[in-house]
Design a protein around this ligand. Structure first.
Ligand code: SF4
Length: 709
């Protein structure tokens, strides 16, 4: 924690790009402003609208300043002593009544590695593996596919090596122009200006599309597919490559040596595609076959081609298979294991990568060591001094589904599941009616905190120290300025206090660096890092030993699978669980906006960010608008089988006919009142990206159009 008033170097609290920024404190508590950090390692001083406005929420009038306890349905201010007493007695009561799996714990990718390390340790000391975080909502399927097929659940490459070496960027189901703006402007767009080509695969024409509309280049193609048809589209690409290689083996469509030496499963892929009909599949995708063929050739003929994958791929009930098909494409063309290649998820929140890395997931301990791997678990138990359950716990959506059946208490740090989980109306009902105890620690009274029995006021990103891990595995230090509100506490200190009161020992740490020292002891991929070594540049994991510099790209010689081979596996098309019918004839898909962030807890309170999009809206194609009689700007009711929201219609050709598109940022009008909570069988990620929907016209704007309940 800085003790003077010089600018403090830290990391933007919003997206996973991990841009460095500086915070300058004024004379009064809470008087602070953003200052550029010119030689920040990731962004070199550039910043998007969110990073520049991040300090606006630190001294917001809605900040929680004292603990709250609910009595007779109303909150009253409480002392920390009262709050801790209530938490300890309720957690002990629930364990006594229902066993340790009667509680669930939610870590947060808005908080730091040290804090997430502590909440997963707290859950496991309590006796349960039921700890999870919002990666379940964004990239659980990506992490699953990458970990099982290549070995590590993270970007194979780093932004810097990609910018320097990639000739082709294949961006599927991601909108970096809106959601990772500095990655888009500083890395992808810059590379295109220098000669690279972008293939964008997305149902929506968006800021990414427009950012590559560069005069005198045609090095951008947009395959605007129907939502939920990513597997058939990639199968057309794969079969095009296989057939061309058969006809013209001298052209190098496939990398036969790479397939032979470094992979297994190629025969399975060929069998899967043997009777695959490319023409029919292209029609199902709604994309001309010739366009897909051209994209396939562009990727296959590149010296170095890199795939970027986003939530348009991962947030499906077939999310693991979607990403597996991207892995198939990279492996058969030998595009893994060197600069400018790989399969690279663009991670959402600024520490969603780190939250997974440090073990805040129900199936893995720090460093992705499986809880049911006896040797790995015992090595962690040796350091912790207690036994860890050897069965994976429920994921966060499963925990939510189990409320009232097997889960009766929840400890939520910095997440807002009422808004972030699918089928939000049902989620809210379960939280409201069936939960016996809910503890929330946060900076604002979120929609979830409103339902809590006890609310703990935490400090913001700008007020504390710790580390976060960005989308390309770079672990970076965050540094805090002085606390704005005296009676708030750091998440880390709160967890230490709860742990010590519950268990007596194991949670007595002298600040974040002390926690980091224990983390690196149990987390092999971070073992070589120290706060001193991280400095201002950070280090990419894996960094196994103190001398290691960290790896810019993975798998140069072998994959981190059991036999060292990359796994190719053919996959077949699976329709979304809900497809259009007479009652709900439209496909609803969802995504985020540049100016807002996830559940909007911070961005809706930022004057700069909420100015451009003060309320939710739905994109409707002009032909659909004409059919329904909708004029641009009309308010409509958007309905699914799970709920309805009132939103303004934006009539635009950005979206395909028959598809509607809206956002999750605004509470009463959130897309998640409508989304489907069906899960991918393995990764348990919900199908946010495709649901059946209907529009009702002739409605008035809702009183709470801004989204604040
Ligand atoms: Fe922050 Fe992401 Fe914008 Fe960088 S690109 S300033 S990390 S929101």
């Amino acid at each position: 924690m800085s003790s003077d008033k010089s600018p403090v170097k830290t990391i933007c609290p919003y997206c996973g790009v991990g841009c460095g920024i500086q915070v300058m404190e004024g004379d009064e508590p809470g008087d602070m402003r953003f200052v550029p950090w010119g030689d920040a390692p990731v962004n070199e001083g550039s910043i998007c609208i969110k990073g520049g406005a991040a300090t606006e929420v630190v001294d917001h009038e809605d900040r929680l300043t004292d603990p709250l306890i609910k009595e007779d349905g109303e909150f009253r201010e409480a002392t920390w002593e009262e709050a801790f007493d209530l938490i300890v007695s309720e957690m002990e009561r629930i364990r006594e009544a229902y066993g340790p799996d009667g509680m669930g714990f939610f870590g947060s990718s808005k908080t730091m590695n040290e804090e997430n390390y502590l909440i997963q340790k707290l859950a496991r000391r309590y006796g349960t593996n039921q700890v999870d975080n919002c990666t379940r909502m964004c990239h659980a399927s990506t992490v699953w596919a990458l970990r099982t097929s290549l070995g590590m659940g993270a970007m194979t490459n780093s932004m810097a090596d990609l910018r320097e070496a990639a000739d082709v960027f294949w961006i599927q189901g991601a909108n970096p122009g809106e959601q990772h703006p500095i990655a888009n402007s500083q890395y992808f767009r810059q590379a295109v200006l220098e000669g690279a080509t972008v293939v964008q695969v997305d149902p929506h024409a968006n800021k990414t599309t427009r950012s590559f509309d560069i005069e005198e280049t045609d090095r951008h193609m947009h395959l605007q597919l129907t939502p939920g048809t990513d597997i058939p589209l990639l199968n057309v690409v794969l079969k095009t490559i296989l057939e061309n290689h058969e006809e013209h083996p001298e052209e190098g469509w496939l990398d036969e040596a790479f397939i032979e030496d470094r992979t297994e499963g190629f025969e399975h892929l060929k069998e899967t595609l043997a009777d695959f009909d490319r023409e029919a599949a292209a029609e199902e995708c709604g994309v001309p076959l010739s366009d897909i063929e051209r994209a396939a050739e562009t990727y296959a003929m590149a010296d170095n081609a890199a795939i970027f994958t986003g939530m348009g791929m991962s947030q499906h009930a077939c999310g693991v298979d979607n990403v597996q098909n991207e892995i198939n494409l990279a492996l058969i063309t030998g595009n893994v294991g060197r600069p400018g290649t790989g399969v690279n998820p663009l991670r959402g929140q600024n520490n969603v990568q780190g939250t997974c890395d440090v073990g805040a997931m129900p199936n893995v301990l720090p460093g992705y060591q499986l809880v049911d791997d006896d040797e790995a678990r015992e090595s962690v138990e040796d350091v912790w001094g207690f036994e860890v359950p050897d069965e994976p716990g429920l994921t966060n959506v499963e925990i939510s589904h189990a409320i009232g059946d097997s889960v009766f208490g929840l400890y939520v740090m910095g997440e807002n599941p009422i808004m972030s989980e699918p089928d939000g109306n049902a989620t809210e009902r379960r939280f409201r009616e069936d939960l016996e105890f809910l503890c929330v620690q946060d900076i604002f009274l979120t929609e979830t905190a409103e339902l809590a029995d006890v609310v703990l006021p935490a400090t913001t990103w700008a007020e504390r120290d710790g580390t976060v891990t960005n989308t390309d595995r770079r672990v970076q230090r965050m540094r805090g300025v002085h606390k704005v509100h005296e009676n708030t506490r750091h998440d880390l200190d709160i967890l230490c206090e709860v742990g010590t009161r519950l268990f007596g020992e194991g949670f007595d740490f002298d600040g974040p660096e002390d926690v980091f020292e224990e983390l690196r002891e149990v987390c092999p991929i971070m073992h070589g890092m120290t706060y001193d070594r991280l400095g201002e540049e950070g280090i990419h994991w894996p960094c196994y030993e103190p001398g290691d510099e960290g790896d810019q790209y993975l798998y140069e010689d072998a994959f981190e699978t059991e036999n060292g081979l990359g796994n190719i596996e053919g996959v077949v098309h699976q329709e979304p669980e809900e497809t259009p019918d007479e009652e709900y004839p439209l496909v609803l898909t969802t995504a985020r906006l540049e100016e807002h962030y996830n559940t909007g807890t911070m961005s809706r309170r930022s004057p700069t960010l909420s100015r451009q999009h003060p309320e939710n809206f739905v994109d409707v194609h002009p032909n659909d608008a004409e059919r329904y009689g909708i004029e641009d700007g009309d308010y409509v009711k958007l309905k699914s089988r799970r709920g309805e929201i009132t939103v303004r219609a934006d009539v635009t050709e950005d979206i395909k006919e028959g598809v509607v598109w809206t956002t999750p940022h605004f509470a009463a009008a959130s897309a998640n009142r409508l989304t489907n909570d069906v899960l991918d069988e393995r990764a348990k990620i919900p199908e946010y990206k495709a649901a059946a929907a209907e529009i009702e016209v002739g409605v008035e704007p809702a009183d709470d159009a801004a989204g604040d309940d």
